[in-house]
Design a protein around this ligand. Structure first.
Ligand code: GDP
Ligand code: MG
Length: 361
């Protein structure tokens, strides 16, 4: 096993080979670290799986009472292709149109209404985050808008982003951006979609919805929103509309004034002020909820992004928040997780024997 592991790390060893002290230590640490890491992950996963199983059962049992919820959309693409500009301009036009008093964007996601239908946009994707969200059993994103600048074409991060979306089996809408620029080339961009992503635009006989837009002049943005509505209708995005909530954490931090806070998107049920919850290895009580316009709200429905105050500690980003029946239950479940974690940490400390200790033995 050690030879195999070392080989994977680029080190060739033969049975019976003599190792230098440094090599011994290196390989020892490598091996223990790998084992501990795997064990720790497994334990965390076991508990999460219990909860995922529970929710799958809920879904099965309540199949008939499931309701559609608004889509959660993430914009992904190569750097400088216009993600931020697009999100800002959609928010400024659409949210400002519907809401009194303009916008005070306070959290990393927002919701708007388009033709009386809600759409939630996540503002801070990060590719790594995206894959991890998938791994935890409830994914944060329902639709990906893959943005490609028409003056730059398909670039490495375009391909990477698309691969993540494909792995997660999330439907992709392509937005070809910056069509206002004189050197924009929509046709060439489409050719690259075919050649580099194997995506064939609808108007070329394929099945990839492709919308030419300008995030700056706002041309094509209505059509893009229209396509998002269309895809979300086809996808039948469902939720459990009532009862205890579960939510994905998309952002988590220690706020100087507010303490540990997290931005979550409710996936099921209704999240309420006063609810007890667990999230990863921490727990808490919803002390206050702040919506995407900085307003304090008491209830958050499925697909609503809210900032939650009242975490015991800073939660892991991308963990799932589950509402529990009581503080005791929240403590108990998170205590179980903590115990397992502490045990794993102890083992790491025990196992990380320094070379000097070996010499003494
Ligand atoms: P991000 O890295 O994907 O978030 O890209 P940004 O939104 O920061 O945009 C990068 C640059 O491209 C900025 O200077 C934007 O003003 C510009 N940009 C974005 N969208 C458009 C567009 O539709 N047309 C033009 N001409 N410039 C754009
Ligand atoms: Mg940006």
């Amino acid at each position: 096993d050690i030879i195999k592991k070392a080989f994977m790390e680029g080190k060739m060893l033969r049975p019976g080979q003599e190792l230098s002290p440094t090599e011994t230590e290196e390989i020892g640490l490598l091996y223990e670290t790998v084992i501990n890491f795997v064990e720790e992950e497994k334990k965390e996963e076991e508990l999460d799986n219990e909860l995922v199983d529970y929710w799958n059962k809920v879904y099965e049992e309540q199949k008939d009472s499931l309701k559609t919820r608004p889509p959660v959309v993430t914009v992904m693409g190569h750097v400088d292709h216009g993600k931020t500009t697009l999100l800002d301009n959609i928010r400024n036009t659409k949210v400002a149109e519907g809401e009194e008093g303009g916008i005070t964007q306070s959290i990393g996601a927002y919701q708007l209404e388009y033709n009386d239908k809600k759409i939630t946009f996540i503002d801070t994707p990060g590719h790594e985050a995206f894959t991890e969200m998938r791994a935890r059993g409830a994914q944060a994103t329902d639709i990906v808008v893959l943005i490609i600048a028409a003056d730059d074409g398909v670039m490495p991060q375009t391909i990477e982003a698309y691969n993540h979306a494909k792995d997660a089996k999330v439907p992709v809408i392509v937005a070809i951006n910056k069509i206002d620029k004189p050197n924009a080339n929509v046709e060439l961009t489409k050719q690259q979609m075919v050649a580099k992503l194997n995506l064939i635009p609808e108007d070329w006989g394929g099945d990839t919805i492709t919308v030419p837009i300008s995030a700056i002049s706002k041309e094509g943005i209505d059509e893009l929103l229209e396509m998002i509505s269309l895809v979300s209708e086809m996808e039948e995005i469902k939720c459990k509309p009532n009862g205890q909530a579960r939510a994905v954490i998309i952002e988590s931090k220690l706020d100087k004034f507010l303490g540990p806070v997290a931005t979550v998107i409710v996936k099921d049920g209704i999240l309420k002020t006063g609810d007890y919850f667990i999230a990863g290895s921490t727990y808490g009580k919803v002390r206050r909820m702040i919506d995407d316009q900085g307003r304090t709200i008491k209830k958050a429905l499925p697909s609503t992004p809210v900032q939650v105050l009242g975490f015991n500690e800073v939660a892991d980003t991308h963990s799932i928040l589950y509402v529990t029946n009581s503080l005791n239950q929240a403590r108990e479940i998170s205590g179980k997780k903590k115990e397992k974690e502490d045990l794993a940490n102890q083992n790491i400390n025990k196992k990380h024997v320094k070379l000097e200790d070996f010499m003494k033995m």
